[in-house]
Design a protein around this ligand. Structure first.
Ligand code: ZN
Length: 100
C-alpha cells in the first residue's frame, strides 16, 4: 500500500479526513472500506452505509423511509460485498449463515 498523508480529525460525531497532502487523493471507496474496517475491528454494529458526495453516513438504527436521501449503498459487514439493492443485500447476507 502506498504511503498516504491523510490526517483524520475528530469533530463531534464526525471524522474529517484531510487528504490535502495525499497524492493521489483518497477515493470515497477507500474511505468507505476503511470506515468499515474500523467499525468491524471496534466491534461497532451498524445497519448500513450511505455515501453522499464526500460523506459516508453510518446508520446504526432503523433505516429511514425509502427515497429520503437518494440511493444508499448496502455493505456486507462480513466480506465487504456492496449493493444498492436492499433485497440483494439481505439475500447475500444469508450466505454467511448457512455454514459452508
Ligand atoms: Zn458478505
Amino acid at each position: 500500500m502506498a504511503a498516504r498523508g491523510a490526517i483524520p480529525i475528530l469533530k463531534g460525531p464526525q471524522i474529517i479526513i484531510d487528504d490535502t497532502s495525499s497524492n493521489p487523493p483518497i477515493t470515497m471507496a477507500e474511505i468507505t472500506s476503511l470506515a468499515l474496517k474500523f467499525l468491524t475491528e471496534s466491534g461497532i454494529k451498524f445497519e448500513k452505509y450511505s455515501v453522499a458526495g464526500k460523506e459516508v453516513v453510518i446508520e446504526d438504527e432503523e433505516p429511514r423511509p425509502r427515497g429520503e436521501s437518494g440511493p444508499r449503498i448496502f455493505i456486507c459487514p462480513h466480506c465487504g460485498f456492496t449493493t444498492i439493492y436492499e433485497e440483494e443485500y439481505w439475500v447475500h447476507l444469508k450466505v454467511h449463515y448457512v455454514g459452508f
